[in-house]
Design a protein around this ligand. Structure first.
Ligand code: PMP
Ligand code: GLN
Length: 382
């Protein structure tokens, strides 16, 4: 194993899900729904397979899906993309991130990630030969939650900064970035002529008003790769259908990398997602309302149990402070929880370049059935 991979070990999601399975725990760790996808979507995939749509799709994605991605971005977010020159279908948002970073980074280039950062960012940047610069968020003493500090972001950048990755709503904290924070990222990226990689896979899980894409900030759209996927929106994390939307020059670069990673992505699933993306708004509205209900159910229980709960503005995760319960090290806590209590969670320290400086937060997922949430809560309470 190369040194650039060695230090990343096994992803925490694999480790913690295995632990949950071993101890027959309720897995509130890894973020995947334990309920099925909409029937209309799974039927569309079965239809596509039955109709013989089983050979290589065009490398950039089938035209119907690229059109649907563009239509969806326009209808839900008021963002305009040309399906032919600005949309690329990828094997999940994960490949969009990998292809983008490998297309853009030369060895020694720097990639700035806002921490706690989804673990794919540093690993993919490192595989591209880039150096990762972490910017830890600070506790927001005024509004609660966490905030991006101007000085911290500036300090993490240099003339070698090639890209800044922002994820809003943000895994694992459930934070949505304010307009001021998004403007700060655009200002800093603009001054360095860096690319913004905007991971918006939780775009439809926003509880405090409409989703704010960084692409709306003046000066952002022309330097931003906007990434999303079907995984969360349609409860199909196993499908791995994602996309990257970016100006033509950046799109050409992403496509150049994508052709050598997977060449093309699963054909019948692309046909199905193309249908779902243009469903009317009630689907995503109902889903968001349902997640809001699950969020409140879990947050109220965790608060009652004694965790320090920061109610998330988005995603299907809640980050909890374990210190009010007398614990300190979230890694040790999450390692013990499945066996001791019968519940799985994710330690947040692993999402920091300097883990031990940021211990004490555990992440619970509420993309789970009412029965699973109730059972998990009952076990934690007991
Ligand atoms: N980005 C974030 C922030 C995520 O939480 C996930 C979840 N897996 C992904 C990207 C990857 O999405 P996909 O399954 O479409 O590759
Ligand atoms: N995004 C999922 C989570 O945060 C896990 C995806 C993965 O295993 N990479 O739980």
């Amino acid at each position: 194993l190369t040194s650039r991979l060695q230090r990343f070990g096994t992803t925490i999601f694999t480790e913690m899900s295995a632990l949950s399975l071993r101890h027959d725990a309720v897995n509130l760790g890894q973020g995947f729904p334990d309920f099925d996808a909409p029937a209309a979507l799974t039927e569309a995939a079965q239809r596509a397979i039955g109709e013989g749509r089983n050979q290589y799709a065009p490398g950039n994605g089938i035209p119907a899906l690229r059109r649907a991605v563009a239509e969806h971005a326009a209808r839900h977010h008021g963002l305009t993309y040309d399906p032919d020159t600005e949309v690329t279908v990828t094997t999940g948002a994960t490949e969009a991130l990998f292809a983008t970073l490998n297309a853009l980074c030369d060895v020694g280039d720097e990639v700035v990630v806002i921490e706690p950062a989804f673990d794919v960012y540093p690993a993919a940047a490192s595989m591209a030969g880039a150096v990762v610069k972490g910017v830890p968020l600070r506790p927001d003493e005024v509004n609660g939650g966490w905030r991006l500090d101007t000085g911290d972001l500036v300090a993490a950048t240099s003339r070698a900064t090639r890209a800044i990755i922002i994820n809003t709503p943000m895994n694992p904290l459930g934070k949505t970035f304010s307009d001021q924070e998004l403007e700060l990222v655009v200002k800093v990226a603009g001054a360095l002529d860096a690319v913004i990689i905007s991971d918006e896979v939780y775009e439809h899980m926003v509880f405090d008003g409409p989703h704010r894409s960084i692409c709306h900030v003046p000066g952002a759209r022309e330097r931003t790769v906007r990434i999303s996927s079907a995984a969360k929106t349609f409860s199909v994390t196993g499908w791995k259908v994602g996309w990257a939307c970016a100006p033509p020059e950046l799109t050409d670069a992403i496509r150049a990398a994508k052709q050598w990673t997977t060449f093309t992505s699963g054909t019948p699933l692309q046909h199905a997602v193309a249908e779902a993306l243009v469903w009317d708004d009630t689907y995503v509205e109902d889903m968001a309302a349902d997640y809001l209900r699950r969020r409140d159910l879990l947050c109220e229980a965790l608060d009652r149990i004694g965790f320090g709960v920061t109610v998330p503005d988005g995603t299907f995760f809640v980050a909890c402070d374990i210190r009010p319960l007398g614990f300190d090290d979230d890694m040790a806590f999450c390692n013990r929880l499945p066996e001791a209590v019968g519940v799985g969670a994710i330690p947040i320290q692993v999402f920091h370049t300097d883990p031990m400086a940021h211990t004490g937060l555990a992440r619970f997922a509420f993309c789970k059935t009412d029965e699973a949430l109730a059972e998990g809560i009952a076990r934690l309470e007991a």
